[in-house]
Write a protein of this length. Structure first.
Length: 113
């Protein structure tokens, strides 16, 4: 099951690059230039919040039937990335949070809480 979940993380990799580049360029839409991937038999959707860059991966029942979140932070957890503001520190990504609904047992080690 964890191997199936990895597909969603792979599909989200282009979104992470786009969000990071757009943030470094101070764009007001962190999704500019990004095209969401097509749904697969494991991943229903990958979406990105245009103002803070948070990526939501939604999985099908065959891959755990839940969501994971990839959240970008400026420098450290606690400083939210903001569209239109060029970060002065490196962008750090964390996986998941307390509102993720994918069962812990199906998540990669760095996404468990």
């Amino acid at each position: 099951m964890r191997a199936k979940v990895t597909e969603g993380l792979s599909l989200a990799s282009s979104a992470k690059v786009t969000v990071s580049e757009n943030a470094m360029n101070g764009l007001s839409d962190l999704t500019k230039g990004w095209t969401p991937p097509q749904a697969t038999d494991k991943v229903t959707s990958v979406t990105v919040n245009s103002t803070n860059g948070q990526i939501t991966i939604t999985y099908t029942p065959s891959a755990g039937n839940g969501t994971l979140f990839l959240t970008p932070w400026e420098g450290a957890v606690g400083t939210v990335l903001a569209a239109g503001t060029v970060p002065t520190k490196p962008i750090v990504w964390t996986c998941s949070n307390s509102t993720a609904t994918l069962p812990n047992k199906f998540r990669p080690a760095n996404c468990r809480f």
